[in-house]
Design a protein around this ligand. Structure first.
Ligand code: AMO
Length: 439
């Protein structure tokens, strides 16, 4: 058996093989998911990126030498197989392949660190240590196919809405979301940081006259949290838009969520089925609850929440019991929101900031921004920060910046909502948390 592809080319993925091509010769490539030797007949489940198909090798129909070669194959070996498609009522999918020729392209060391057929479940740490193997599981790769489709739909939606994609630096000189969550790095002879958010840059793009921008890129948070909802590196979908207010960008966000869910539902049927996920597409507009009301609800559920506090985990849970689907929390106190958030005209103690929640999970936050230089400097000082460290950002506010608003949506948390997984680590190929920096 040759271990080289030579002139062999894949003709079909497993999912493309069906009864319509009964009798045709096909070439498939992939891994041996399972092999069962019943003496006179050997069954191989061949797995490729898109699914699993049965290869049936009856000793009566193939040469003795070829049958012996097949018998030697082991789990997770990489093979290419040429054979004919045959209808079969017993085979999963209604078809099987009767092999004519086979190449053993590579073998896998045994025993495997984890069971790809999932008959034996593995702990999350074992899975993440051998992530390339874990990702071979159809139920795991399904999450990433859904995430890919979600991000694709997000792009399509924002492009349709007239947004321009931008790329801003991730090596930065200052904090944006409050000073404690930064990863310091050595930048030649200076200290620099990994970007927490494109916040300041997307706002500067409003002064640059780009009107509507978006970015899909990593953000880094040096949070000590060891929870099922936090990671230290995530992909944030950020938008910023001029001549629009918080209500306008909330409207964009809710339409985006609902459109993307619909597109995922239409395009990821197989993956959602694998995950046993019944996706629900919410109607717009989403419900809006004022922060004041949230405090009352949380307290009425027996969880203490003082006015002016951020939502604790317990408070989020209490709210999650009360609110089932996607909803906004609006009217946040100005003091607990970052300096760039615009205080309300009627009551400056409150702000034009909002969070988008799915049940008890915050998936996005945003706001109408301060676009007046003096107020921005005042708010930077009030939050104990030094306006001098924001000199280059502040300059963008001195030469005519329009009123603007925007939001950031965590792509992993959104993926959790779509797929129903409850650990954020499941939604990242190679997650970065408090303890994990490899693989
Ligand atoms: P915020 O800090 O709320 O806002 O972040 C926006 C969204 O990003 C996701 N997110 C995270 N997800 C997992 N782990 C983390 N450690 C983490 N940190 C953030 C969440 C969150 O809702 N500049 C503002 C956005 C804006 O106003 O435009 C910002 O960064 O889903």
């Amino acid at each position: 058996m040759s271990d080289s592809l030579e002139k062999w080319k894949r003709t079909h993925y497993s999912k493309e093989v069906n009864q319509d091509i009964n009798g045709e010769t096909v070439t498939l490539m992939g891994w041996i998911h399972e092999i069962r030797d019943l003496g006179g007949i050997i069954f191989i489940l061949l797995r490729d990126r898109d699914g699993i198909i049965q290869v049936t090798a009856p000793s009566k129909k193939i040469s003795t030498d070829f049958f012996k070669e097949i018998r030697k194959l082991k789990k997770e070996a990489v093979i290419a197989i040429k054979g004919s498609v045959q209808k079969s009522s017993k085979a999963p999918g209604g078809v099987e392949i009767i092999p004519d020729a086979l190449k053993l392209l590579n073998e896998a060391k045994l025993p495997l660190p984890l069971d790809i057929t999932e008959k034996v479940k593995a702990e999350i740490d074992t899975r993440l240590d051998a992530r390339f193997l874990d990702l071979r599981k159809p139920t795991v790769s399904a999450i990433f196919k859904i995430k890919s489709r979600m991000l694709h739909s997000v792009r399509l939606f924002l492009e349709r809405e007239g947004f321009i994609e931008v790329n801003t630096p991730k090596l930065v000189a200052s904090a944006t979301e409050g000073g404690t969550e930064l990863f310091p790095i050595t930048y030649f002879e200076r200290e620099a940081f990994l970007g927490q958010s494109p916040q300041l840059y997307k706002q500067m793009m409003m002064s640059a006259g780009f009107d509507k921008v978006y970015e899909i890129a990593p953000i880094f948070r040096a949070e000590e949290h060891d929870t099922l909802r936090h990671l230290n590196e995530v992909i944030s979908v950020d938008i910023e838009a001029s001549f629009l207010d918080h209500e306008d960008v909330m409207n964009i966000l809710e339409r985006l969520v609902s459109t993307v869910l619909e597109e995922v539902q239409d395009n990821c049927e197989t993956e959602l089925k694998l995950l046993e996920r019944d996706l629900f597409v919410p109607e717009t507009p989403f419900e809006r609850i004022d922060y004041d009301e949230v405090v009352d609800i949380v307290n009425s559920k027996g969880t203490l929440m003082r006015y002016g506090e951020d939502l604790s985990r317990a408070a989020e849970k209490a709210m999650g019991e009360f609110m089932d689907g996607y909803h906004f929390i609006t009217g946040w106190p100005s003091d607990i929101k970052p300096f760039y958030v615009m205080p309300s005209d009627e009551n400056p103690k409150k702000s034009y900031a909002f969070d988008l929640m799915y049940k008890d999970l915050e998936i996005s936050s945003g706001a109408r921004r301060v676009h007046k230089y003096d107020l921005l400097v005042e708010r930077i000082k009030k939050q104990g920060l030094n306006p001098e460290s924001f000199e280059r950002y502040l300059a963008a506010f001195e030469y005519g910046i329009p009123p603007h608003a925007g939001w950031g949506l965590g792509s992993e948390r959104f993926t959790m909502c779509i797929t129903g997984v409850n650990n954020i680590r499941e939604t990242v190929l190679f997650p970065r948390d408090r303890r994990r920096l490899t693989p």
